[in-house]
Design a protein around this ligand. Structure first.
Ligand code: SF4
Ligand code: SF4
Ligand code: SF4
Length: 350
């Protein structure tokens, strides 16, 4: 179906929201509580627009597209309403961007920039935790920067189903809590970092990335997680040749942005000084460095020796779940086709 946004014709799929259609058509509408995976919450009310034939302002993340719809996103009324919401959100927290980990990748900052807000007009009432919750090893919660969008609550409860986060208190004192208001490090949190991935501001951040790089200094390299056979897609945030953060690739299958604690935070091993970078052959109880040709020839000769002496069924192979499918396929071809045995298995089969 087709709709008109700010005079521009946009092609949209039935079921899309106006916000999604605008985004697909390259038109920015500030929004904070909406995330493709946590859905349209309709809470923050920043994404309001005018729609011809509809009374009052409409929340674009909650409004389905209709063929022939005419939408305006930049009328004085729309911009004034958006500015008031962002002004109020800026007053609910300590948004001193300079040293904030999310400076440059913050959706509240983007909205304020779009609306030309240089200084929050409302006074911030310092009622929250000035120190933040630093009790957990990988995820840090700074309630002073929380805008109560609810994305982390939905992600923790519905996406990764760990059911740790929820809202507590009411009104201005609304805050995110872990379990029954425990420090995150003492709660049932498994440190998957899903909440950090969806948080639009600097309220939940990855501890390992703090102070490592400004967002504009990094480039993203996509890769596959090396830990298990699920094959989750990762975005490595690189400063030079150093990884400063790992996030799940939102559009990548099979994980669609989600990661476990190992995939998201267990990347230091690649810089370990005692990491094996070449084959080792053990002789007289001692390992010595060997070339790949030498190591492969040795393994081949040992297989041949056993098969010649005791027959094909004297050898067996177990493929590793960290291998890619193609390597596991080749391994069973080697055992069945070359060694002539069906003694081949995979560690993830049981
Ligand atoms: S959360 Fe965003 S708006 Fe708030 S201080 Fe950090 S960068 Fe600035
Ligand atoms: S790290 Fe994972 S389990 Fe812990 S609060 Fe965040 S989403 Fe929930
Ligand atoms: S911690 Fe982040 S994701 Fe959670 S409610 Fe606050 S701003 Fe939203």
């Amino acid at each position: 179906m087709k709709l008109i946004i700010n005079g521009k014709e946009i092609v949209a799929q039935p079921g899309m929201t106006v916000l999604e259609a605008a985004k697909a058509g390259g038109i920015y509408i500030p929004s904070l509580c909406y995330h493709p995976r946590t859905g349209q919450a309709g809470k923050c009310r920043v994404c309001v627009v005018e729609v011809e034939g509809m009374r009052g302002l409409q929340v674009s993340c909650n409004l389905k597209v209709q063929d022939g719809m005419s939408v305006k996103t930049k009328t004085p009324q729309v911009l004034a309403a958006q500015k008031l919401v962002v002004d109020l959100l800026l007053a609910t927290g300590k948004h001193d961007c300079i040293a904030c980990e999310s400076n440059g990748k913050c959706e509240l900052q983007d909205a304020a920039y779009y609306l030309g807000i240089e200084r929050a007009p409302f006074k911030y009432d310092d009622i929250h935790y000035a120190e933040g919750d630093k009790s957990a090893p990988f995820v840090r919660l700074d309630k002073d920067k929380c805008i109560s969008c609810g994305r982390c609550v939905v992600a923790c409860n519905n996406q990764v189903v760990n059911e740790v986060l929820d809202f507590a208190q009411r009104g201005y004192r609304t805050e995110i809590v872990c379990d029954d208001d425990k420090p995150m490090g003492d709660s049932s949190c498994v440190q998957c970092g899903e909440c950090s991935q969806v948080c639009p501001v600097g309220a939940i951040v990855d501890v390992k990335s703090v102070g490592k790089a400004r967002s504009w200094e990094t480039k993203v390299v996509r890769t596959t997680c090396p830990y298990c056979g699920v094959g989750c897609q990762l975005d490595l945030h690189m400063k030079g040749d150093q990884i400063v953060q790992v996030t799940g690739t939102e559009e990548g299958s099979p994980n669609k942005g989600k990661l476990c604690v190992k995939g998201r935070y267990g990347y230091d091993f690649i810089y370990a000084e005692d990491r094996l970078t070449h084959p080792l052959i053990k002789e007289n109880g001692e390992f010595r460095k060997a070339s790949w040709d030498e190591a492969i020839n040795l393994v081949a000769s040992k297989f041949k020796e056993a098969i010649d002496k005791y027959g094909p069924d004297s050898v067996a192979g177990v493929s590793c779940a960290r291998s890619i499918n193609e390597d596991s396929y080749n391994m069973q071809k080697l055992f069945r086709g070359v060694f002539k045995t069906n003694n081949i298995d995979h560690c993830a089969r049981t």
